[in-house]
Design a protein around this ligand. Sequence first.
Ligand SMILES: NC(=O)c1ccc[n+]([C@@H]2O[C@H](COP(=O)([O-])OP(=O)(O)OC[C@H]3O[C@@H](n4cnc5c(N)ncnc54)[C@H](O)[C@@H]3O)[C@@H](O)[C@H]2O)c1
Length: 283
Amino acid sequence: MTSIPPEQDTRFRGKHIVITGAGGNFGREGCIYFGKRGAKITALDVNKIALDETKAIVKKEIPAVQIITFVCNVTDPDSVLAAVKGADTEFGTIDMLWNNAGYQGQIAPTLEYSLTDFANVMNINVTGMFTVLQTVAKNMAAAKKSDDGHKFTIVNTASVAALRGTPAMVAYASSKAAILAMTVSTAKDLAPHGIRVNAISPALIGPGFMWDRQNQLHASSGSPYFATDPDAVAKGKINGVPMKRLGSIEEVVKSVAYLLSDDSSYTTGFNLVVDGGMSAGIR
Ligand SMILES: NC(=O)c1ccc[n+]([C@@H]2O[C@H](COP(=O)([O-])OP(=O)(O)OC[C@H]3O[C@@H](n4cnc5c(N)ncnc54)[C@H](O)[C@@H]3O)[C@@H](O)[C@H]2O)c1
């Protein structure tokens, strides 16, 4: 089955999407995907250089795109509020949020894990994600609801690390599990406001920064679960995937698009796993 060409995909045309972590791999691909489908894009990231690069790439690929960027630290509520206000001023009420910024943290076994790093990972991945979710949800809830009451959508990026616990990544796994709990709680609280909230849990996605960084740091972590050569670590991980390959960033974005679109109009509080079957099981 082939996908319909972006210009014929009307699901996001004229809709306003906010994407966090837009300077990173997933966020950048998301800006391109939704931009090609006629969405108005507000792109946020703490890294100005990466964010500017995203804007330049998106504009080059889609000259007519409507995109605005804000340098925004998700751990700073004032910075998040300023970005959301700016987004509303530029493009009006936010229809969709891809709450995607994240940090992997240190890679070290539990006995050596730094408490400072643990707190930092939780602050970015959990408190930061909730700050963005709440601020955007207030913008959505203040707008007039559509007739069916299910106009607004949010997707939080979690990870398979939340489901099976990746060795030497206790902070990251804990933070991603918290995101799943945040997703189900907020899905219930926000349903009366016409806002659906779902999560995406990718794993073994690449090639890219996180995949390479993780393999290098797992190899040097001293954890007995990993080989000491990054290539051997990578091969071992892929071998553990039933589909025997890495997933692509585009495959992640397409799954996010499903959850953000009306195609999933009766689904909220769900976690969509994108991992080639790695964590398959009854959950
Ligand atoms: N790449 C993978 O294989 C994979 C797998 C599972 C989950 N994820 C999750 O997907 C999301 C995106 O991953 P990616 O591969 O694009 O990573 P990435 O490192 O390329 O991008 C993450 C982006 O988040 C931004 N960011 C970090 N801290 C921030 C802060 N305080 N405020 C604002 N922005 C901040 C970074 O600057 C970066 O641009 C993350 O939440 C990650 O945990 C990735």
